[in-house]
Design a protein around this ligand. Structure first.
Ligand SMILES: Cc1ncc(COP(=O)(O)O)c(C=O)c1O
Length: 394
């Protein structure tokens, strides 16, 4: 009997999923474990999808996505990031951020190559590298003077002749850390010097709290990089427009890589659903008010959680610059999965164990605060009580 290929066997099961699967079998769980808001997709986007179905967007589209959507994405970058992109040759629509990651990583590495990944990080990039028969090398950010920072010394030390790619996420899931302009310049300098591809996962760029105004995006690496740099961006409609179930994202790539990405798309999913792409155009055109309101609500939630956690001793939690997670480090915690499992069983609060997020993440837990206050407040109360009992029992 043939066995399952080792490149598939080697992909670890997501420990976020493991906990979530148990939680989904229980009644009345406070669901803070997934990276998903419980705000439904705004009506104007749903209506656009219905119109698209009626208008006949039920057929195949081109591998790179609807030309109109790529054009709108170019306009979006011009407006929000001050970046000029050629919609025909530098933008490829994908069937989600996950698929943008799969395509971009596939374009950068050969079997046996090494990919540097800044952690703690959502585990998908690491798993995709493994699926590609390549080797993920996780480099933890360091917590120094109240802020996470890139450990450039560790990055330099990790480069080998097989290193081809550096992946980072900004704003970060789970840290909320967002690369500063100086860090972006340093990352670019590092990848240029070592002839590496740079992949920036920017799916949380619209959930950013440090911009000049509410709703301003986190600055993209594209502002710093030239279009000839070996730089790729993975993006998604999921987080900014509450469209997780729609499966639409995009990638920005150098022209040669973009052409290849579109071609490979044919053999992966062909393209994102045509009516989802059409609705995504409406999201870009009319979504700014929604984003402002959403970011304001998330910022209030973030501050509420930070206040609640600041009252507990032994918890280190920097204020996140973006995304919708807190990643408190809990003094003395050695098995975050066991902690989250017991928290779930005893209090019905479902959060994600730090161990799911790679090197440098054990000893923390991830709380997704993109939920209504009626869920967040009791969940945090239970969490804080559970923590007190955890310490009392040590
Ligand atoms: C860091 C990061 N990148 C990419 C994604 C992918 O999002 P989607 O596939 O829904 O577009 C997620 C989703 O949680 C994420 O957290």
């Amino acid at each position: 009997m043939p066995g399952v290929a080792s490149s598939a066997q080697n992909v670890p099961y997501s420990r976020i999923r493991e906990l979530a699967e148990a939680a989904m079998k229980m009644e009345g769980v406070y669901k803070l474990y997934f990276g998903e808001s419980n705000i439904p997709t705004p009506d104007f986007i749903k209506e656009a999808a219905c119109r698209a179905l009626e208008e006949g967007f039920t057929f195949y589209s081109s591998n790179a996505g609807l030309p109109g959507l790529r054009q709108d994405l170019a306009g979006y970058y011009r407006r929000l990031q001050g970046v000029e992109l050629d919609p025909a040759s530098e933008i490829v629509v994908t069937a989600s951020g996950v698929q943008a990651l799969m395509l971009t990583i596939r374009l950068a590495i050969n079997p046996g190559d090494e990919a540097l990944i800044l952690t703690p990080a959502w585990p998908n990039a690491t798993s995709v590298v493994t699926m590609d028969n390549a080797v993920p090398v996780e480099i933890p950010l360091r917590f120094l003077n109240g802020r996470y920072r890139i450990d450039f010394e560790a990055l330099e030390a990790a480069v080998t002749p097989r290193t081809r790619l550096l992946v980072y996420t900004s704003p970060s899931n789970p840290l909320g850390w967002t690369a500063t302009e100086e860090e972006q310049e340093q990352i670019l300098d590092f990848t240029r010097r070592h002839d590496l591809w740079l992949l920036a996962d920017e799916v949380y760029d619209r959930i950013y709290y440090r911009g000049p105004r509410v709703g301003a995006p986190a600055p993209s690496i594209l502002r710093k990089a030239s279009r000839d740099d070996a730089v790729m961006v993975a993006q998604s409609f999921s987080k900014a427009y509450c469209m997780t179930g729609w499966r639409v994202g995009w990638a920005i790539l150098r022209k040669d890589a973009a052409a290849k990405a579109a071609q490979l798309n044919e053999f992966i999913v062909s393209h994102a659903a045509s009516f989802s792409q059409r609705a995504a155009q409406t999201a870009l055109a009319r979504g700014e008010d929604h984003i402002r309101q959403m970011v304001e609500a998330y910022r209030d939630n973030r501050d509420f959680c930070l206040r609640a956690l600041s009252e507990i001793r032994g918890v280190q939690v920097p204020s996140p610059d973006g995304a919708f997670y807190l990643f408190p480090k809990i003094e003395g915690l050695q098995d975050s999965f066991d902690f989250c499992w017991r928290l779930l069983q005893e209090t019905k609060v479902g959060i994600a164990p730090g161990v799911a997020f790679g090197r440098g993440a054990e000893g923390s837990v991830r709380i997704c605060y993109a939920v209504e206050r009626s869920i967040l407040e009791p969940a945090l109360e239970h969490f804080c009580k559970f923590l007190s009992a955890f310490w009392a029992g040590r």
